[in-house]
Design a protein. Structure first.
Length: 422
């Protein structure tokens, strides 16, 4: 009996290997129709060449995603790591099918798309929820003028001068890297580059190039406040996207040979885990008091800013965080066609306190990436809930649980408890 057991396990692995390679090729092929789909690829270069050699008909690719999903569903009796692998692969293929159908012209609602593409159920909040946070924030920013004007006046005091931006950013990312390497063993050759760019709908982006190397781009269209320095350094670098991708490449692609992880389709459940862990990782590497100390004693002086602003600004940021879900509500209404771009921008200005230019930039982000916005806030909250018990035991336990999540990412619905409708 043991012989037949090994035969079945070998067959399951062989089937998964074949279906995984087919998924990778389909993703690369579909990427010829969708410039934003393939966020990173570090697999067999011949598969990329094959995709680029012939732009296959979109309808054929959409049908292929459906057939692949059916073949995955036909596999039975998987256990252990094979079951984990199948679960991830199936969720990724389902998302790929949805993206192919979107490119064909099929439209889903914000919530339907979040479920099909990101394996998540975003919560709903009414205006009263955000107004409560705005009222509390108003108490922290007394004075004349609207709340937006008062916040803008405060933030003007914590803008990093452009001439000092690179030095301040590198100080933050080098500190985050040092702290991360104390807890997570990273590939020795891992490295990154930083570029400053303009005319993008995002504030920063990590372009993972494979071989444990990242290009981190920071958008300098608008002034960058001091709080964004640590956020971007951790989110894009350590222990965020750069670390996530490097560990996936090392552990899952190179060591285990799980080819499905060699491609990262942006519009997939993988993004909720990637963005959620990148945001949650900020507080793992810089717990509240550590962040205050490092910003006040290192970053503020380096930027030529008043260190006495560090503590009150952190309190303001904590309340601002509760407004994050307003961006989801804006996307929900905009994508449903209920609001036009100016109305959506006005809502963002009112409930997230963005200035008009940044609100317009956010609308452009929603136009391009649609329900992807949930991955930042809902993703962070679901990762936090999943790691909460471990992190209550102390820093070492928290880092270990965080590392485990990066090395073997679950799909979103496997995280402990999805957010409930409010």
């Amino acid at each position: 009996m043991w012989f037949w057991g090994w035969v079945l396990i070998f067959q399951a692995n062989a089937d998964l290997d074949g279906l995984a390679k087919e998924f990778v090729q389909l993703t690369l092929d579909l990427g010829q129709h969708d410039a934003y789909l393939v966020d990173a690829y570090y697999g067999d270069p011949e598969l990329q060449k094959l995709a680029e050699s012939e732009k296959k008909p979109l309808d054929d690719l959409a049908q292929s995603t459906k057939k692949l999903l059916k073949r995955l569903d036909s596999l039975k009796g998987l256990k252990g790591e094979e079951l984990k692998r199948w679960t991830f692969l199936r969720a990724q293929v389902r998302a790929l099918r949805s993206r192919a159908e979107f490119l064909q012209g099929k439209k889903l609602s914000f919530d339907e798309e979040a479920a099909m593409v990101y394996d998540a159920k975003p919560p709903h909040y009414d205006d009263a929820h955000f107004q409560k946070a705005l009222d509390e924030l108003s108490l922290l920013l007394p004075g004349e003028g609207s709340l937006t004007e008062r916040l803008s006046a405060f933030k003007a005091k914590v803008i990093v001068p452009s001439i000092k931006l690179d030095a301040v950013f590198r100080a933050a990312i080098n500190e985050a890297r040092s702290r991360t390497r104390r807890h997570i063993e990273l590939p020795q050759e891992e490295n990154f580059e930083v570029e400053y760019v303009k005319d993008q709908p995002w504030s920063a982006y990590n372009w993972y190039k494979g071989n444990f190397h990242s290009l981190i781009q920071v958008n300098v269209d608008y002034p960058i406040s001091i709080d964004r320095i640590i956020d971007l350094a951790c989110h894009e670098g350590y222990p965020g996207h750069h670390v996530f991708n490097a560990l996936v490449e090392q552990d899952l692609v190179r060591q285990r040979g799980w080819v499905e992880y060699s491609v990262y389709p942006l519009f997939s459940p993988q993004s909720l885990i990637a963005e959620g862990s990148a945001n949650y990782g900020i507080q793992v590497v810089f717990p509240a008091q550590d962040r205050l100390t490092f910003e006040r004693d290192v970053l503020y002086p380096l930027a030529g800013l008043d260190p006495q602003l560090a503590e009150p600004y952190l309190k303001i940021q904590a309340l601002m965080h509760t407004l994050n879900y307003a961006g989801n509500e804006a996307a929900r209404q905009f994508l449903a066609g209920n609001w036009d771009a100016p109305t959506t921008s006005s809502y963002l200005q009112k409930y997230t306190l963005m200035d008009p230019a940044r609100a317009d930039q956010r609308v452009r982000f929603i136009e391009r990436y649609r329900s992807y916005v949930i991955n930042y806030n809902l993703g962070q909250d679901q990762v936090a809930e999943a790691l909460n018990a471990a992190c209550l035991k102390g820093a070492d336990a928290c880092w270990k649980a965080f590392e485990n999540l990066l090395r073997m990412p679950p799909i979103p619905s496997q995280l402990a408890g999805n957010a409930k409708d409010q």
